[in-house]
Design a protein around this ligand. Structure first.
Ligand code: FPP
Length: 241
């Protein structure tokens, strides 16, 4: 856990919000906003690489997003497929590991196959990680961890009195990934929206009014600068950190 914030965050997590509004402002269908948002993802991966951010988690599709109009859901899923197709070469070139967190069984099987193929193909890379939250819900992640531990207790593999924060965290989707140092949300909304509820305990929050499709390097730099001005105390007093 990094205690000094005068550095580059190890892990940035982003709530990519505002695609729909961006499209609406231009009289375009919402899907055009998501397409432009996928383009922003490509840019942001590069900014992270250039800045030395090692983990980037993107809230690409929440469990609640299934309730959107079927055509929008379909469009987002097909965008995900083309995102994988268009970016796989870049993952290999830059030794970036792709991971997925969320309830992958909710996703169409052809998408799961493709995601898992790229996960396997990039599993040994250590330069950086791109973590896509898909059909993800923070509460859902906590519930599945509780269920996995209950199952171990039932099988006699885990004693209830041994369950502490370390054991709990080991049952999350990506237990080896450090908690996000910085959580960015675009489009001005000041909500966590069921994102990384366990992991965000001591994350710094940065909200920008910029809509996700328009988020570019100066906005990324502004987020880093804001982060560097924060004093991360983790509940302690400043001179003890
Ligand atoms: C929120 O904006 C955004 C989403 C629900 C989807 C995010 C998806 C992408 C950026 C593109 C796909 C990403 C990858 C990694 C392939 P919103 O639609 O809620 O915007 P609004 O609040 O303005 O309506």
């Amino acid at each position: 856990m990094s205690s000094s914030s005068d550095s580059i965050p190890t892990h940035i997590a982003i709530i990519m919000d505002g695609n729909g509004r961006w499209a609406q402002q231009r009289g375009l269908p919402r899907l055009k906003g998501h397409e432009a948002g996928a383009e922003t993802v490509r840019h942001v991966m590069r900014y992270c690489r250039a800045a030395g951010v090692r983990y980037l988690t993107l809230y690409a599709f929440s469990s609640e997003n299934w309730a959107r109009p079927p055509l929008e859901v379909l469009g987002l899923m097909s965008l995900l497929k083309s995102f994988l197709r268009d970016n796989e070469a870049e993952f290999h070139e830059n030794q970036v590991r792709l991971r997925v967190i969320g309830r992958r069984s909710d996703l169409e099987s052809s998408i799961v196959r493709e995601l898992e193929r790229v996960e396997r193909a990039t599993a040994a890379y250590t330069a950086g990680q791109l973590i896509l939250a898909l059909s993800y819900s923070g509460r859902g992640e906590l519930v599945q961890a509780a269920r996995a531990m209950a199952e171990k207790v039932r099988r006699g593999e885990l004693r209830p009195d041994r369950i502490d924060e370390t054991v709990f965290a080991a049952h999350l989707y990506a237990p080896d990934v450090p908690d996000p140092d910085l959580i960015v949300r675009t489009s001005g909304e000041m909500r966590i929206s069921n994102f990384l509820l366990w992991q965000c305990s001591y994350s710094e929050f940065y909200v920008t009014p910029v809509l996700w499709p328009e988020f570019r390097e100066p906005d990324f730099r502004a987020a880093l600068e804001a982060y560097q001005q924060r004093q991360r105390r983790y509940g302690r007093v400043a001179d003890k950190v």
